[in-house]
Design a protein around this ligand. Sequence first.
Ligand SMILES: O=P(O)(O)OC[C@H]1O[C@](O)(COP(=O)(O)O)[C@@H](O)[C@@H]1O
Ligand SMILES: [Mg+2]
Ligand SMILES: [Mg+2]
Length: 336
Amino acid sequence: MMAKQYQTLGEFIIDNQADFPYSSGELSRLINSIRLAAKVVNHEVNKAGLVDIIGAYGETNIQGEDQQKLDVYANQKFIQTLTNREIVCGIASEENDDFITIAGCNNDHQNKYVVLMDPLDGSSNIDVNVSVGTIFSVYRRVTPIGTPVTKEDFLQPGNKQVAAGYIIYGTSTMLVYTTGHGVNGFTLNPALGSWYLSHPDMKFPKNGSIYSINEGNYVHFPEGVKKYIKYCQEEEEDRPYTSRYIGSMVSDIHRNMIKGGIFIYPKSSKAFNGKLRLLYECNPMAYIIEQAGGKASDGFSRIMDIQPTELHQRAPFFAGSKNMVEKAEEFMKKFQ
Ligand SMILES: O=P(O)(O)OC[C@H]1O[C@](O)(COP(=O)(O)O)[C@@H](O)[C@@H]1O
Ligand SMILES: [Mg+2]
Ligand SMILES: [Mg+2]
């Protein structure tokens, strides 16, 4: 159904209810819960400058990263909201060592969906007033309803996602998501507390002139990546491209989706599998990018076809404008 401009998110969800093959309203309620939790977290993010919000929480997560106060706050708010609304049977998060089983109020494990999330993406930018995000990925469970979820329900390849999205807390706050029927972006009107369809049917331009990579790691990059960076910087045809790197994956990819560009976080001699987490960073962003006509790979093959083995496993990530990702893959294959 063609989306109407400035429709509210609530109206959009109702109008598009029939898109869901197993349609019983649960996925709609799930998206509704995420929109609610996002508003609560947005309220805190907007105060990131006041002492009780910024800085380290004082613990490290399973990846050995110092958790920021907002990492923990966002994690708690999303888990609470999803749990209270009785729609998920399990949650996995960057900030939790293992997945959480949600039995439901009757303790009968009747819910169908699991959610994997990065509650606060771009943590290194919280204290410096640069945009950050939240990323979520939704799957139908594979184990029988009525039984507790198992790791199997979370270790599904990205091509099995039923929904994915991100929230960007930037100059404005947006919720961008897909349920496999294109990508739509909603902007929060903080005064009214409502989300409006500001970016219907988002499309990733096939070509672009922006490349986003942390060149500070250049010497540690594979030869293919080094060669591709040089290619981006050559005075040829529509190049040199512009280098833009915010350091918040959500923000870098959101910008590139609007303007055209490529985001790369490759493996390196310092990080054998790169830095980004396959299940709650790469896969959900890849689903959105592909639904918008872009491409997402590990430099060689489709990221969403990778069969996960670990909850917090990492993967090299090449994503964005289709023709730019294919060019980067050419260099990776030629100089491997
Ligand atoms: O500082 P680096 O090494 O360039 O890493 C930046 C990347 O790390 C991240 O911040 C990792 O995500 P988290 O902040 O959720 O841990 C990405 O958002 C970003 O693209
Ligand atoms: Mg992240
Ligand atoms: Mg994070």
